[in-house]
Design a protein around this ligand. Structure first.
Ligand SMILES: [Fe+2]
Length: 519
């Protein structure tokens, strides 16, 4: 062997022997070896009338390209194959496989699976967006802190057969290490520990964290059974993150590198359609019934949070939640839409929420919500009113509690809004509780919760508020028909153990062209 060939041989041999590990080794302890190499399961998402993204990831250590075959069928026995293909996947994506399957039929259920070597993945089920249906039902979910409980809400979603898709509004993961401090009540809720035990700042950290979440059997099963339409909130990146960085005061090193790592891991793990900018801003059509706009109120254009309600910068028109480009896209899209319902999937509470009588000493909590960006919200309402838009339904996560609001430009101004007649109402906002993340019940004694709820519900404080629950965990479903848009809140019995008891506890709806959120 010439020395050059010898070097090449050793390089190849060495690189194979020293195959890169894409995750922290502790991840292996959580594995489901019977699924190997498909321990993370399968997923699908971003359904269009004629396309859907299917996803899997190989849990292998390798440096070589790996070939994966995929099949999509009209039946779960794969006797009626619709499409097949093969993909190569590489270490650069930690062996993610994502296929945007095209030329499908609208409103149709499909089954899919992958094959690596002689091993098949679990069989996934998915559905394209229907264009002529008179019924659309979406589960809406957010805020699943692995450490703070078991994912019984996902377990319940996995079992349902009446969903078209699942909207995940963010905080899919939490970036923290293991919780060690905090009130006693909070610590008692810590039923599992994060890996790696550090704040996620680098690609390997985020990858491992997603891997840990996706090894949760209930979350994995929810992905296997339904297409997801996802957006991130802050914890996929950093607490209270904005376009320019994180305000959580932690030492975060090179911000641009951290942001890029977090976005890369998100796009590796989520069944979201690939795009060059790794943007999550996109829309979905469900025919004449509904159109859905998914927003990025974090990284796309958000300005730094104001310091509090007395910050002179608060009302500045130069401060943005979405940024002008995204706002124009949303508003022009809604104005041009022929769909009956205009659905907005959004991270943080859009409606005015007067919590000054509840959080007297913490006025800054609302600065991260739309209340902290009043000029841009005003601009949106101005456009909506000027163009006579109605039938807008905003769905929101982030606050770990359940809410229903009548959407109005200014609930505090009787010239704009009338609680009795519904004057000034252009739609509804429905807020989904957390899967497990801390809500009032996890941190506060009961008498405080009762008092907080009373103050929130006072007509003087929040006249447009039509439902609130501060205690419970779960998810909501948004059911759309030509006549009405209805939110149903489903709550888990417990989250400290895997448990399948889940009950529908509340419902609110708004009629088409209606101006009241009703029971
Ligand atoms: Fe959250």
């Amino acid at each position: 062997m010439t020395s050059l060939r010898l070097t090449a041989f050793f390089l190849l041999f060495f690189s194979k022997a020293e195959a890169q590990s894409w995750f922290f080794p502790e991840l292996r302890n959580l594995g489901a070896p019977e699924l190997a190499p498909f321990e993370f399961g399968v997923a699908s998402g971003d359904p269009l009338p004629d396309a859907v993204v299917i996803w899997t990831k190989l849990f292998i250590e390798s440096n070589l390209p790996e070939k994966v075959l995929w099949e999509m069928a009209a039946d779960s026995l794969f006797q009626n194959l619709v499409q097949t293909g093969e993909e190569f996947t590489y270490g650069t994506s930690a062996y993610t496989v994502k296929v945007d399957v095209r030329n499908l039929d609208a409103g149709t259920t499909y089954f899919y699976r992958f094959k690596h070597g002689d091993r098949y993945s679990p069989i996934g089920r998915t559905k394209t967006a229907s264009q002529n249906s008179e019924l659309l039902r979406l589960a809406v979910i957010s805020c699943a802190d692995y450490q703070n409980g078991f994912f019984n809400a996902f377990g319940d979603i996995a079992k349902r057969n009446d969903l078209d898709a699942v909207l995940h509004l963010g905080d899919y993961i939490y970036e923290y290490g293991v919780w060690r401090g905090g009130p006693r009540k909070m610590m008692r809720n810590r039923v599992r520990e994060h890996i790696p035990d550090k704040l996620c700042t680098e690609l390997k950290d985020y990858r491992t964290r997603y891997g840990q979440y996706r090894l949760d059997p209930q979350l994995r099963e929810a992905h296997r059974r339904h297409p997801f339409i996802v957006i991130w909130d802050d914890h996929e990146i950093a607490n209270n993150v904005t376009a320019g960085g994180s305000s959580d005061g932690r030492a975060i090193g090179d911000w641009e590198a951290r942001k890029a790592a977090a976005k890369q891991a998100y796009f590796e793990w989520m069944p979201i359609r690939e795009n060059k900018e790794r943007s999550i801003v996109r829309s979905f059509s469900f025919g004449g019934l509904a159109e859905l706009w998914m927003l990025d109120g974090r990284l796309e254009g958000r300005s730094q949070q104001a310091k509090g309600p007395n910050d002179p910068a608060l009302n500045s028109p130069d401060r943005h939640m979405l940024g002008s480009k995204q706002t124009d896209w949303l508003l022009n899209g809604m104005a041009a839409s022929k769909a009956r319902w205009k659905i907005i999937g959004n991270q943080v509470v859009f409606s005015q929420l007067n919590d000054s009588k509840v959080f007297d000493r913490r006025p800054s909590v609302r600065m991260d919500r739309w209340d902290g960006y009043p000029a841009e919200r005003q601009h949106i309402f101005d456009f909506v009113e000027k163009n006579g838009l109605k039938n807008i339904v905003v769905v929101t996560g982030d606050v770990h509690t359940s809410w229903a609001f009548e959407l109005t430009r200014n609930p505090a101004d009787p010239a704009v809004y009338n609680r009795k007649t519904g004057k000034g109402v252009v739609g509804a906002e429905f807020v989904t509780p957390s899967v497990t993340s801390f809500n009032f019940d996890d941190v506060a004694p009961k008498f405080i919760i009762v008092e907080a709820k009373r103050r929130f519900k006072k007509k003087k404080n929040n006249p447009h508020l039509r439902f609130v629950d501060l205690n419970r965990h779960g998810y909501l479903t948004l059911t759309l028909t030509p006549e009405r848009a209805q939110s149903d809140w489903y709550y888990v019995k417990r989250k400290d153990k895997v448990d399948d008891r889940v009950k529908r506890k509340a419902s609110r709806f708004i009629l088409f062209n209606g101006n009241r959120v009703e029971k």
